[in-house]
Design a protein around this ligand. Structure first.
Ligand SMILES: *Cc1c(COP(=O)(O)O)cnc(C)c1O
Length: 368
């Protein structure tokens, strides 16, 4: 039986092993295990890649979101608007600051924040918006920016799934006050461990986030405020710097894979992803929908095809989040989608034969 994994990190390492090994050796020989030259170089390379002036490398996407919120001055008593269908970290970061997360349902076509439903939840306490570029497709930033300027709100992009994605020709991370990225190994640009980055054009935000990630120090052992240990490791900086050169090539491979899925699934009854006209989707995930999701997932598993659910339970219905006061029915689109979405195998090295095998599997499943 053929096997199609959900992701294959080994395939990517194998393709560039000698360069990666060399990068790791540079760090071993310099003994710059925390921050250091490699990390600094990666910060400026990645900031330039995003089209912004500054990057602050941190130890996860979650830390990136937390620092971005703090730089924007978010704290207790404030409200921050985001979506309930995201990875939990978006919401955790808001709660770390003492602010209250306020949810808006998603747009049925893009799976991103429904821009028509934002205004109704804005209150006197609202301070910021966190649009999530879910699955690698940018949120509709123009109306979001209009609302933000009208109501004097900060915007923080959660671009943790969208490295290199574009909105009207501009890269994500450069579309708002601060952009946040994760380099978790399975992300489009993945470290060999934990990693993240905040990017911004604002010099004051940059300096504040740089201090906060390193115990609030501006100079060794001089702490101008209470900070955190959110530093990136030297090894991850060296690895990510090496991998960044391949990101566009990997993105094109993902987009080609998505196009092939789209084409082959055309006559099937599953709903395929819609790429909006004015964006460049980078397909961190390729997510279909079907009413028979659980049966299809099991059926594909029996054929050696691994799939995923992103995400099976919306944040507002998670046990740890009932204190937010939402209930079943609060966000109908998100709730319906949580029961019908299925993420198919997606990574740059996926072959045509593997995609055909997945599609054959879906087509041979009768109940659709
Ligand atoms: C991965 C992810 C994060 C968190 O990143 P970590 O590096 O795992 O902390 C935040 N938001 C979204 C949408 C993500 O996919």
């Amino acid at each position: 039986m053929q096997k199609v994994p959900f992701v294959d990190l080994k395939a990517q390492y194998t393709a560039i092993a000698s360069e990666i090994d060399e990068a790791i050796n540079r760090v071993l020989n310099s003994s710059s295990f925390i921050l250091g030259k490699e990390v600094e170089q990666f910060e400026s390379d990645f900031a330039r890649y995003c089209g912004v002036n500054y990057g602050v490398a941190v130890n996860s996407g979650t830390s990136a979101l937390h620092l971005a919120l703090l730089a924007c001055g978010i704290g207790p008593g404030d409200e921050v608007i985001t979506v309930p269908n995201t990875f939990v970290a978006t919401v955790e970061a808001i709660l770390y600051t003492g602010a209250k997360p306020v949810f808006v349902d998603i747009d049925p076509l893009s799976y991103n924040i429904d821009v028509n439903k934002i205004e109704e939840v804005i209150t006197k306490k609202t301070r910021a918006l966190i649009p999530v570029h879910l699955y690698g497709q940018p949120a509709d930033m123009e109306p979001i920016k209009e609302l933000a300027s009208e109501h004097k709100l900060k915007i923080i992009e959660d671009a943790c799934q969208a490295h290199g994605a574009e909105y009207k020709g501009q890269k994500v991370g450069s579309l708002a006050d601060v952009g946040c990225f994760s380099f978790y190994p399975g992300k489009n640009l993945g470290a060999y461990g934990e990693g993240g980055m905040v990017v911004t054009n604002d010099r004051e935000y940059y300096e504040k986030m740089k201090r906060l990630r390193d115990h609030g120090q501006s100079q060794k052992y001089f702490h101008s405020e209470v900070g955190f240990n959110y530093r990136m490791e030297g090894m991850q900086g060296a690895i990510l710097r090496t991998k960044l050169k391949y990101l566009d090539q990997w993105t094109e491979a993902r987009r080609k894979n998505a196009q092939l899925y789209n084409k082959l699934l055309k006559s099937s009854k599953v709903v395929v992803p819609q790429e909006l006209r004015f964006v460049k989707h980078v397909y961190h995930l390729y997510v279909i929908r079907t009413e028979h999701r659980d049966e299809l997932q099991q059926y594909l598993w029996n054929k050696g095809i691994a799939t995923g659910l992103h995400y099976p339970v919306p944040i507002h219905l998670q046990k740890g989040y009932t204190f937010l006061g939402y209930k079943t029915g609060s966000f109908p689109v998100t709730e319906k989608y949580a029961q019908t979405i299925l993420s198919l195998p997606m990574y740059p090295e996926l072959t045509k034969g593997q995609i055909e095998y997945v599609v054959e599997g879906i087509e041979s499943f009768g109940e659709l």
